[in-house]
Design a binder for this molecule. Structure first.
Ligand SMILES: Cc1cc2nc3c(=O)[nH]c(=O)nc-3n(C[C@H](O)[C@H](O)[C@H](O)COP(=O)(O)OP(=O)(O)OC[C@H]3O[C@@H](n4cnc5c(N)ncnc54)[C@H](O)[C@@H]3O)c2cc1C
Length: 385
């Protein structure tokens, strides 16, 4: 499956932009666990984060394949798109399920980057992957909803104006079905910070700007509800294929970065009087990582193609995410090994990218849950949970 040649200019433009943000920039931020404001501003200004917003709302109206190419190039350049990838896809729920008024009110600002919608509040401390057990509640009170509860791992909440939030509006035992009773809200965090909304950063092994978020009698206007009350779980699921494809593309970019670094180093590092890459024990792991990356890349392209054709791509999006996350992690491990001791030195950027790419077999969905999906929905095996 080859890629349309017309993506070459986009890829080149992303590469050129990323060239202004070299390893030293990311190392400095990583040390401080600081947010890459300048990088995000540059991507926004160039319109890359508005790739999936239709032109009628001021976006670039590009395909999923093009959006995936953007994310891939960011990572392949050694940058970290996790700082802002959600700005690209979180708006999809509003686009698909929001009212005409919500779309007109929010999407142009998101496209321009004046409004950041890159906080996604689903995961909670007690429920984990079992989303239907989440405990955050939203109770209708006149023209408002009153929200109580807690979210965990709400990434970029401190760098976002809006949050897409999943909360329970009907108690589980009273809901019409197993998946009913959850609702999606588009919260303007600027209005409620300090008035029922508290955000606390969580320091992690990589620079990811993630947080925990507390809601205490947080009152939001009833028109923050997206779509129909009680249908939120379905809306959130419908956005997950885009997220999986784009993050899979990031993993492909990471894998390409690790493979290029390793191949270059193996060619120039001389030990025992010859380049280490002349030893099959060094070159085979690099070749193996490349093969794994290319296979995963094909699945990412297939998932993106199905997605933009409006076809069901649940299986392909999950398989793409799985294969790509495994490929990037395998390439990261190989890259450290190829570099020997230098793989651990900050200035080579490898240890930083190694920490960053480790996330993707866990989030936004962990390996076991993808395997369960394939077992149940593709192979027809009994549901295991
Ligand atoms: C840095 C970071 C950023 C994140 N950003 C966001 C965000 O912006 N918004 C958001 O909502 N969430 C976010 N998450 C949460 C992320 O989606 C979850 O961590 C992930 O889905 C796994 O859920 P969990 O941590 O609750 O693990 P758990 O559900 O507690 O699972 C722990 C382990 O058990 C396994 N497991 C659980 N149940 C089963 C089963 N039935 N069968 C087999 N294995 C099982 C899982 O695969 C996993 O390996 C982020 C997480 C991290 C670490």
């Amino acid at each position: 499956m080859t890629e349309a040649a017309d993506l070459a200019p986009i890829r080149e433009a992303v590469r050129a932009l990323c060239g202004n943000f070299p390893g030293a920039y990311w190392r400095g931020l990583d040390r401080e666990r600081a947010y890459p404001e300048e990088f995000v501003a540059a991507l926004t200004k160039a319109g890359f984060l508005a790739a999936l917003i239709p032109e009628e709302y001021g976006g670039s109206g590009l395909t999923m394949t093009a959006a995936a190419a953007i994310m891939e190039e960011i990572q392949a350049s050694g940058c970290n798109g996790a700082a802002c990838h959600a700005q690209m896809y979180t708006m999809g729920t509003v686009l698909r399920h929001g009212s005409a008024e919500q779309k007109a009110r929010y999407l142009p600002g998101i496209a321009r980057g004046d409004l950041r919608l890159q906080a996604f509040g689903v995961t909670e401390p007690t429920s984990g992957t079992d989303t239907l057990s989440l405990r955050t509640t939203a109770a209708r009170d006149g023209d408002h909803y009153v929200i109580n509860g807690q979210k965990l791992w709400t990434s970029r909440a401190e760098h976002s104006d809006l949050m897409l939030l999943l909360a329970r509006t009907t108690p589980r035992e009273q809901a019409a079905s197993r998946t009913a009773g959850l609702s999606v809200f588009l919260i303007d965090m600027r209005e409620v910070k300090g008035k029922g909304l508290t955000i606390r950063p969580i320091r992690t092994m990589m620079n990811h700007a993630t947080t925990e978020v507390f809601f205490e009698n947080m009152r939001v206007p009833a028109d923050n509800l997206v779509g129909v009350e009680g249908q939120g779980f379905r809306y959130i699921l419908s956005g997950m294929n885009a997220e999986r494809i784009l993050i899979a593309a990031e993993c492909i970019g990471d894998a390409k970065w690790f493979i290029a670094k390793a191949a270059a180093y193996a060619g120039e590092r001389v030990v025992f009087g010859r380049p280490i890459g002349q030893n099959q024990g060094v070159q085979f792991p690099i070749a193996r990582a490349y093969i794994g990356m290319r296979a995963a890349e094909l699945m990412v392209r297939e998932a993106a193609t199905l997605y933009e054709a409006g076809k069901n791509c649940g299986a392909e999006a999950n398989m793409a995410k799985h294969l790509a996350a495994e490929a990037s992690w395998a390439a990261a491990d190989m890259c450290v090994q190829t570099h020997g001791g230098f793989g651990f030195a900050e200035e080579f950027d490898i240890e930083r990218k190694f920490r960053e790419t480790r996330l993707y077999t866990v989030a936004p969905i962990s390996t076991n849950l993808i395997l369960s999906y394939i077992a149940e929905h593709v192979l027809g095996l009994p549901r295991s949970y």
